[in-house]
Design a binder for this molecule. Sequence first.
Ligand code: ZN
Ligand code: ZN
Length: 103
Amino acid sequence: MDSSNIIRGSCNCGNVAVSMTKNVFPSSCSLCHCLNCRASSGSLFAVNIPVPKDAVKIEGTPKVYVDTGGSGKSVHRHFCGDCGSFGLDEESCGKFCLIGQIT
Ligand SMILES: [Zn+2]
Ligand SMILES: [Zn+2]
């Protein structure tokens, strides 16, 4: 695959990385201010970028915290167990990963 067509980001220590092709990266994102996103992101809001789950490649082995979202559905929050960077949220619909603080 042409590497210039790939968006890649990693956690603070580099042990967990995510990548996807540019064509699946949306032009807009949402900010979630719910209490759980605030706690997970360590900020007043989480930046959620919806991308198709199948289009995201994960390198490394993130830890997963199964959380319950405001809708009552489960959210799998993936983060680096070494540096603690919060990376992906997997929605219970299985359709999207939401990318948090992996840059
Ligand atoms: Zn890390
Ligand atoms: Zn939230």
